[in-house]
Design a protein around this ligand. Structure first.
Ligand SMILES: Nc1ncnc2c1ncn2[C@@H]1O[C@H](COP(=O)(O)OP(=O)(O)OP(=O)(O)O)[C@@H](O)[C@H]1O
Ligand SMILES: [Mg+2]
Length: 246
């Protein structure tokens, strides 16, 4: 059975894209077949994988100019549906059409049997692209940056998931909350403590440490395993993949 995981947080910079890329690469190294979906007009995930073809992206699927998903092969076990800036132009027109909310689900239903995992990199908003992701997903992974005010806003995320579950997709469940960019500061440890006190076993045991190799890898258009296989980043994302597979 294919797990379709939305990587979510409407707060910016919480490592959604980094997690989509490196968790996807970690699964592929563990012999799982993975499809990454870039749903963010910023197209950071596509850029991190060196894909910048503006004419074959998820935007044309939402505009109904393409019938099927434009799937790019990255490696034998890793595939990508890219995004482009065009997404931001088509977003306003989508809200008035009820069918727009189910476009991604319809597309993923056609291909999901080909993959073990589909990871959807959501934009930092709870708009129609994120709603498409939640309607299409079996699971949600919420990235929480270990920083001041990180817990504020988690209620908003949880409310949206609850609404989607009640009205549109009753099989969706929260896979877990992932602490990212942790370090040895007091504030980082306090956030981790509060998150575990509030959300208990819903918080992954694995945390992703702050690690400069992670940022360098994306800038070099590589996943962390190709860039620095011995780094904390590579160790942490492998540990996360194994925790999810258990
Ligand atoms: N564990 C980490 N250690 C160091 N840098 C990191 C780590 N995780 C992410 N970064 C860096 O932090 C920045 C934000 O990460 P990323 O783009 O993954 O967040 P995002 O949630 O996708 O952001 P947005 O909300 O804008 O889509 C990037 O420059 C990324 O390289
Ligand atoms: Mg992002």
């Amino acid at each position: 059975m294919c797990k379709i995981i939305s990587i979510l947080n409407h707060k910016g910079g919480t490592s959604k894209t980094t997690t989509s890329l490196n968790l996807g690469a970690a699964f592929a190294r563990l012999e799982r077949k993975v499809l990454l979906i870039d749903l963010d007009p910023q197209a950071n995930l596509s850029q991190s994988l060196g894909v910048e073809d503006e004419s074959n992206t998820i935007a044309q699927v939402f505009e109904r100019k393409l019938e099927g998903l434009p799937i790019k092969k990255i490696t034998e076990l890793l595939y990508l549906v890219p995004a482009s800036l065009d997404l931001s132009a088509i977003e306003p027109g989508m809200y008035s059409n009820i069918n727009s909310y189910f476009l991604l689900k319809g597309q993923l239903d056609k291909v999901k049997l080909n993959y073990d995992f589909i990871l959807v990199d959501c934009p930092p908003s709870l708009g129609i692209f994120t709603q498409n992701a939640l309607i299409a997903s079996t699971d949600v992974l919420i990235t929480v940056q270990a920083q001041y005010l990180a817990l504020k806003g988690l209620d908003t995320v949880n409310n949206l998931i609850a609404t989607v579950k009640e009205k549109l997709n009753d099989r969706i469940s929260v896979l877990g909350l992932l602490l990212t960019q942790t370090n040895h500061t007091r504030i980082s440890k306090d956030i981790a403590h509060s998150l575990r006190t509030t959300f208990k076993e819903k918080v992954f045991n694995t945390t992703i440490r702050q690690n400069v190799a992670i940022a360098e890898a994306s800038a070099s258009r590589k996943d962390i395993f190709s860039y620095s296989p011995e780094s904390f980043g590579a160790i942490d994302y492998t540990s996360l993949a194994k925790e999810i597979l258990q």
